[in-house]
Write a protein that binds this ligand. Structure first.
Ligand code: CAA
Length: 285
């Protein structure tokens, strides 16, 4: 099956980045958002991020215009009817994702592949709502999507070899590098990353060091592009907490216990960059 038409469900940080790269690489994309204003906001973000690429010489103005012309928004999945590939990037709740997969199953072309960008919900659970779980797979993009090279591909037990191979090839066509993991809690990326961020937050809570020095130690000492406290703010502290809870539930034991300070920050509504404050302040520009 040749993949030309792609449906992206959800236009938030991850969804707009995913729609951006598919459109940039020549796919016809329908971006589905619950309300037209949200779809318009996602399109404006994509245009702004493409402008950054144009300013850096990574994209020509003509290619930007062509990419935006391949991108349309819709408020229902039915309007994207006939897509060969879908990526779901709605909020991290199984009930919401299940409803999306049931709907996607009705409107795809025969044989369409349904991917989820979930960072923590088991792919096998989401696949239960699809008509054919062998065509369901995890396609976990990293933030910021237009910049990060990795796509973690997650196979559930029912995912077929053909689905995995098509998703791998599609990932490469986006100029990204696929790496495959099986459907365990947190997959590989978040099972390794989140305990490190959580431990950095514990260092702060216990007074081992200041947030600035924790970040400097990991940035300059381990050549990470961002320090762990800064990265937790960037990902969203609510997302970090939700992933730690999935690891804690899945594996138990001390090493996956969410930091009490992380819980406090989330309870206080300080979620990081997206709310204007987390461990650091992010004044509106
Ligand atoms: N769209 C397009 N381009 C973007 C962009 C976006 N949304 N965000 C940044 N860029 C571009 C910039 O234009 C710039 O381009 P050039 O290299 O051509 O100059 C480049 O990316 C670097 O950006 P900046 O100069 O603004 O800033 P920076 O050098 O500090 O880099 C960063 C920013 C890329 C975010 C870098 O700090 C970084 O790599 N941080 C770590 C990010 C990370 O770990 N992501 C994974 C998070 S985990 C996850 O996503 C999964 C999960 O489930 C939680």
């Amino acid at each position: 099956m040749k993949i030309e038409r792609v449906c992206v469900v959800g236009g938030g940080t991850m969804g707009n980045g995913i729609a951006h790269v598919f459109a940039q690489k020549g796919y016809s994309v329908t971006l589905v958002e619950a309300k037209q204003e949200l779809g318009d906001k996602a399109l404006a973000t994509i245009a702004r991020n493409m402008d950054r690429q144009v300013a850096k010489g990574a994209l020509t103005a003509a290619d930007k215009d062509a990419a935006l012309a391949r991108l349309k928004t819709a408020t229902t999945i039915a309007e994207a009817k006939g897509f060969e590939f879908a990526v779901e990037a709605v909020p991290e709740r199984l009930d919401i994702k299940s409803a999306v997969f049931a709907e996607l199953s009705k409107h795809g072309a025969p044989g369409a592949i349904l991917a989820t960008n979930t960072s923590s919900i088991p792919i096998g659970e989401i696949a239960k709502s699809a008509a054919d779980p062998s065509r369901v797979i995890g396609m976990h993009f990293m933030n910021p999507v237009p910049v990060m090279k990795l796509v973690e591909i997650i196979r559930a037990k029912a995912t077929s070899d053909a689905t995995t191979e098509m998703t791998r090839a599609l990932t490469e066509s986006l100029g990204k590098i696929p790496a495959v993991a099986n459907d365990f809690p947190g997959f590989v990326s978040n099972r390794v990353l989140m305990p490190m961020l959580n431990e950095a937050i514990e260092c702060l809570r216990e007074g081992v060091s200041t947030k600035e020095d924790i970040d400097t130690i990991m940035k300059l000492g381990m050549a990470h592009p961002m320090g762990p406290i800064q990265l937790a703010d960037y990902i969203g502290l609510d997302v970090c907490l939700a992933i730690m809870e999935v690891l804690d539930k899945g594996f138990g034991g001390v090493k996956y216990k969410p930091s009490p300070l992380l819980r406090e920050m989330v309870a206080a509504g300080k979620l990081g960059v997206k709310t204007g404050a987390g461990f650091y302040e992010y004044p509106k520009k």
